[in-house]
Design a protein around this ligand. Structure first.
Ligand SMILES: Cc1cc2nc3c(=O)[nH]c(=O)nc-3n(C[C@H](O)[C@H](O)[C@H](O)COP(=O)(O)OP(=O)(O)OC[C@H]3O[C@@H](n4cnc5c(N)ncnc54)[C@H](O)[C@@H]3O)c2cc1C
Length: 405
């Protein structure tokens, strides 16, 4: 069957591209290999869907509350900025209002007022239906060839314009299993090695079994082997039997993951009491004199720190309080790996953006081939930036598709 536009992948960016590309006259098909579209949207934001972030405006990137440039890798910044400069947080909020979704702003993090991710998915699905966008569900495209200005998908479908919106490899139980990369490769594109991001860090220190389950508001500083500070993040840290996770770990995982995969040695310094200065903490602990850490830290953490203190040698010249304060403010752990794709929220890597026009999200190698969302080598930090990337790149591709039709 012949369509004007075929979109492979019925996730966040695919559904959005379809809605934004629709005109009165064009025909659009979404091909989704799962039995239903948008499965991943349902699990976003712990079921509440953090759909964008107030700071998703290029001029506000450097002042976002995380204090971290929100898109990786660094080399692709200008690509991400070009795409987002024409579709920022306000545009995303307006788009969803147009679908009937009211939003709420929680310190810059934007959610649907219903606080239900299902309402975001349903509004996208209903709009697709209302616009007459066809869906082929449970269909796995095997082969795409381009002949006579038409893309032929197996012998089933053909189209003038093709969008690959198949996501990355994270949470593969929602359908994003990496098969889209094979389709991109078959059309001549290169894939930057995909690795998990927004994920935990496995560490090789002996105390993690004892710390499993502990949560602590902390500041993290990641260093390389030359002791260069790479990235910092603050928030609720979670200790597990394998290492660390939680939002601040997610925020640094893109940088840590790429370097660990290159075989680099990293050090993670954790400030377990970021709200108190080293000297104030030392004074406080020295005044306590005994049961130094009781009521200061979680008991399991206190026990680990006391154990480390008892192992320390050559510290006779510093007070007991100062010694413990140093341990608390500079608790060191050694990451050796990242957790799996199944335990990650986003994929770093993907179709190289060197081969994509940033003003159109169109392939530089194959005319009328477009990419949207996480399939590209752009990934964001936690906070609505990844869904924003899905909407913004969909907008970019849809604008180009309509301009060229
Ligand atoms: C647990 C979790 C929570 C998250 N929470 C948030 C959040 O609150 N805010 C935020 O900004 N981001 C969040 N994210 C990230 C966000 O969901 C993704 O970045 C976003 O969904 C990517 O959109 P996409 O369209 O590129 O890919 P996806 O949404 O993954 O959609 C890809 C679609 O393509 C289909 N597909 C794949 N391969 C093929 C194929 N070969 N043929 C046909 N169909 C195919 C898949 O089945 C899927 O439906 C979260 C992710 C996870 C896993």
């Amino acid at each position: 069957m012949k369509y004007d536009i075929v979109i492979i992948g019925g996730g966040a960016s695919g559904l959005c591209t379809a809605i934004m590309s629709k005109t009165e006259t064009n025909s659009i098909l979404i091909i989704e290999h799962e039995e239903r579209v948008g499965k991943k949207i349902l699990s976003t934001g712990n079921g509440k869907c953090n759909l964008t972030n107030r700071y998703c405006r290029t001029e506000l990137f450097s002042s976002n509350p995380e204090g971290i440039y929100p898109y990786f890798p660094e080399s692709n910044r200008s690509f991400a900025e070009r795409v987002i400069s024409s579709f920022d947080a306000e545009n995303a909020i307006q788009f969803f209002q147009g679908l009937g979704i009211l939003t709420e702003d929680k310190n810059g993090y934007i959610y649907p007022r219903s606080e239900q991710a299902s309402s975001v998915l349903d509004s996208l699905r209903f709009r697709c239906e209302a616009l007459g966008i066809d869906m082929a569900l449970g269909y796995q495209p095997i082969k795409i060839i381009k002949k006579d200005n038409l893309f032929h998908i197996d012998d089933e479908y053909s189209c003038r314009k093709l969008v690959l919106a198949t996501g990355g490899m994270s949470a593969p139980n929602t359908g994003s299993d990496g098969s889209g990369y094979e389709l991109a490769k078959s059309l001549g594109h290169h894939i930057v090695e995909p690795i998990p991001s927004l994920c935990g860090l496995k560490c090789n220190d002996p105390f993690f079994k004892a710390l499993a389950g502990v949560r602590n508001d902390s500041k993290l500083s990641l260093y390389d082997e030359q002791k260069n500070l790479l990235i910092e993040a603050q928030g609720n840290l979670q200790f597990n039997d394998y290492g660390v996770s939680g939002i601040p770990v997610f925020q640094i995982s893109s940088v840590a993951g790429r370097l660990l995969k290159e075989g680099r040695k990293l050090l993670l310094r954790i400030d377990l009491l970021p709200e108190v200065s080293l000297n104030d903490l030392a004074d406080f602990l020295d005044r306590k004199k005994e049961q130094y850490l009781l009521g200061v830290l979680n008991k399991k953490l206190s026990q680990v720190i006391e154990k480390e203190v008892s192992r320390k040698k050559g510290c006779e010249n510093v007070s007991n309080g100062y010694l413990r304060a140093c341990m608390i403010k500079k608790f060191k752990v050694h990451p050796i790996d990242i957790t799996s794709f199944a335990q990650s929220q986003v994929t770093a890597g993907g179709v190289s953006v060197d081969e994509i026009w940033p003003d159109k999200c169109e392939s530089k190698l194959v005319d009328n081939l477009y990419f949207t969302g996480e399939i590209m080598d752009i990934n964001g930090i936690c906070g609505g930036y990844n869904l924003h990337w899905a909407w913004a790149s969909a907008h970019c591709a849809a604008r180009a598709i309509k301009a060229g039709s």
